[in-house]
Design a protein. Structure first.
Length: 292
């Protein structure tokens, strides 16, 4: 008899339509990739992973549960009773066709990770600020045209929405992906801890000078934009290690690109460069991997 003392993986991707009785008293339940439509009472569960099943209603769960992954089910809505799950640190409910987020979620003050991606959301309450421990927020692949101020995060994914400007951002964010939004311009970013910035396919023609203040930034991905000239601020960030400029409209590069003394990778594919400046060879001689 399985005692639930470790993460059980043998029931994943098995085409199950009913909950395995062996796991009724388990603390850790991993049932991704099945066809389970409902759950029995699970009095001891602390971690429940049911991504890719057929749940249509949010089940009753014990208040002791800490991690809940229900991505790619058929939930459509989340009940207010979720507020009773005060021990939750991870909540992943992306890919469910949700059109709104219940206010009850903002009472889950122990949340560290919240995944609302791949739904049909158009607005986000400013009450998200009531989650003081939130570190990872995934809002990608929705229909947001604006977002409230976001603080205290470390990872923010807002890729593939309808944003025309970035939200007000503060705090220790190290990773920001805002690609595939119709931004056209990027407002000033004041995130001193930021290490990776992705703003791909966002109709950009330039980048703000304020990026030069981001001395922690190491990776910059701005592919599939509308740059005809290299944004000047890029050569003012010698600390950059990876730059992705694929699929722009660059016709020339300045010799000052050699100022990027820490660059390890530069991707220039699918541009319109008439010639390759000597500075690129200099980068290669330093060990930079250049893709042309």
């Amino acid at each position: 008899m399985y005692d639930g003392s470790h993460m059980e993986t043998r029931f994943r991707f098995r085409g199950l339509t009913a909950f395995p009785p062996e796991l009724l008293h388990a603390e850790h339940v991993w049932l991704d990739g099945n066809a389970i439509a409902s759950l029995p009472p699970l009095p001891n569960v602390r971690e429940l992973f049911l991504d890719g099943n057929k749940l249509t209603e949010f089940p009753a769960l014990p208040p002791s549960i800490e991690k809940l992954h229900f991505r790619h089910n058929q939930l459509r809505s989340i009940p207010d009773s979720i507020a009773e799950l005060g021990a939750l640190t991870e909540l992943r409910i992306g890919g469910n066709g949700l059109t709104s987020v219940p206010d009850a979620i903002w009472s889950l003050t122990n949340l560290e990770m919240l995944d609302l991606s791949e739904n049909e959301l158009t607005s986000l309450s400013p009450d998200i600020a009531r989650l003081p421990n939130l570190r990872i927020l995934d809002l990608g692949h929705n229909a947001f045209d604006s977002l409230p101020p976001l603080t205290a995060l470390e990872v923010l994914y807002i890729h593939d929405n309808r944003l025309t400007s970035l939200p007000a951002l503060h705090g220790p964010i190290t990773y920001l992906n805002a690609g595939e939004n119709p931004l056209k311009t990027v407002n000033d970013i004041e995130l001193p801890a930021l290490r990776e910035l992705k703003v791909e396919a966002s109709q950009l023609t330039d980048l703000p000078a304020s990026l030069a203040k981001l001395t922690s930034l190491r990776e910059l991905s701005v592919s599939a934009n509308l740059f005809e000239e290299l944004p000047r601020v890029i050569v003012e960030m010698p600390w950059l290690e990876v730059i992705d400029l694929r699929r722009n409209r660059l016709v020339a590069l300045p010799e000052s690109i050699a100022n990027l003394t820490n660059l390890r990778k530069l991707d220039l594919r699918w541009n319109k460069l008439a010639r390759i400046p000597a500075a690129v060879k200099t980068l290669q001689q330093r060990g930079c991997f250049v893709l042309l």
